[in-house]
Unconditional design. Sequence first.
Length: 168
Amino acid sequence: MAAHRQVLLFLAVVFAVASLASATEWKVGDDGGWRAQFNKTGWADGKTFRVGDTLLFKYPKDNHTVIQVGKEDFAACNVQTNNKLGAWFSGNDVVPLDKPGKMWFFCSVDGHCNNGMKLVINVVGDGAAPAPAPVQPAPPPSSAPVMGYTAGAAVAVAGAVVAVVLAF
């Protein structure tokens, strides 16, 4: 029974690693980066942002910022808000998308948000992860030895790992 649990744990880890490996890093603005009048580009249109993905904001460090706010502060370009959910200033900022829902960002440099340097995205939960295979009951003690059972499962798992590695 313990060997069966170890196999299940290993499978769970394999699926988790495969899910993380499929995460996307989105370079905001593509080659143009985070820039003035960004909101007019429609950059986020047609993209599906998922939990586990990241946003990469690239911009000249001394010219812009990235501030994450709520919906009301976003709509009003409220740079003076005390309700910032995040703030980045490096020019090479990575923002993890760690939960589903809307996320609102803008540049806090005076006038930039009102000039369209803002972004709203919708992050969806990762429902695309494959469901684990149904768990088969452990063989009764009088049947085939447990060692043969776990070795077969190990071969199946190794095949799955090789398939995941080859997919990349």
